[in-house]
Design a binder for this molecule. Structure first.
Ligand code: GLU
Length: 277
């Protein structure tokens, strides 16, 4: 059996908070329970929000909490050319299309078809004629590369409707329609979370993905990406999110609950770990 590999994959756009500590503990614990290893991956493709000082702080805080991982740590911003290769493969298979619509135009489309309200964006397989596309390109209009669910359906045939994954040991049907034709890259940012994450889970041979339930919807799309790219499917473990006394989920805005602040306030690592559910 393949060696069990999990990963904790924070984005260095702020300091670690209690919610991250809980998530890290879930991932490291599962690896330990299964005689495997938990890797650390830095998901910093959003170069406008991610900062090296947050990355340093994340590593420091995780060590302070008692977590350890093999080196070197994979940093996504070092691998944009690999994500581009994946995108090129998807382009050559006709599974993505350029979407020139602005957020406002998409909202207007939705407003025109009220039964679509709240529905994820779903375009047609190739929404523009080649002439229109060429005109937009020469006018330098910004665009996003979207995964076409219709094209994927055609490419995979019947298996498209039979895609599934296990979540906490339960088999569930993958429903990529839940997120619709997601953005996989933009003209200026060569990859999205979905593409970089699935690519890295494949190159790092991740067998078990442990992450918050807020990413469950993404797993439905990730399962489809794995299938069209012929990548293996890890087992998923979505854990509940940690919430504060007001019932709201912790976020980077709750500065008092960052590991930094707790450290400064005199809490020990074992106090923090013990406070996690
Ligand atoms: N980078 C993501 C985050 O910080 C986690 C992604 C994942 O675990 O797949 O929320």
């Amino acid at each position: 059996m393949a060696k069990v590999l999990t990963r904790f994959a924070p984005s260095p756009s702020g300091y670690l908070h209690l919610g991250h500590a809980a998530s890290a503990r879930h991932a490291f614990r599962l690896a330990e329970k299964m005689g495997g290893t938990c890797l650390l991956r830095i998901e910093d493709i959003d170069t406008t929000r991610c900062r090296p000082e947050f990355e340093t702080a994340i590593l420091e805080d995780l060590h302070w909490l008692g977590f350890d991982w093999p080196m070197p740590v994979r940093r996504q911003s070092d691998h944009f050319s690999d994500y581009q290769k994946t995108l090129d493969t998807l382009i050559s298979r006709g599974l993505v299309y350029r979407c020139f619509k602005t957020r406002k135009e998409i909202m207007e489309d939705i407003a025109r078809a009220p039964h679509y309200a709240g529905e994820p964006y779903k375009g047609s397989k190739k929404p523009l004629s080649s002439g229109q596309e060429a005109a937009f390109l020469s006018a330098n209009k910004p665009y996003a590369w979207r995964l076409s669910l219709l094209a994927c359906q055609e490419y995979l045939g019947r298996p498209y409707n039979q895609l599934s994954f296990t979540d906490n040991g339960q088999e569930c049907a993958a429903k990529p329609e839940r997120l619709g034709d997601v953005i996989l890259a933009r003209k200026d940012v060569g990859t999205s979370y979905h593409l970089a994450c699935c690519h890295d889970d494949m190159v790092q041979n991740i067998t078990h993905i442990v992450r918050g339930v807020d990413l469950l919807e993404s797993s439905h799309i990730h399962r489809l990406l794995q299938e069209v790219m012929n990548w293996p499917t890890p087992k998923y473990y979505h854990h509940p999110l940690l919430s504060g006394k007001d019932g709201k989920k912790f976020s980077k805005r709750d500065k008092s609950l960052t590991i930094r602040e707790l450290r400064k306030g005199g809490h020990t690592a074992s106090d923090v770990i013990k406070s996690l559910p």
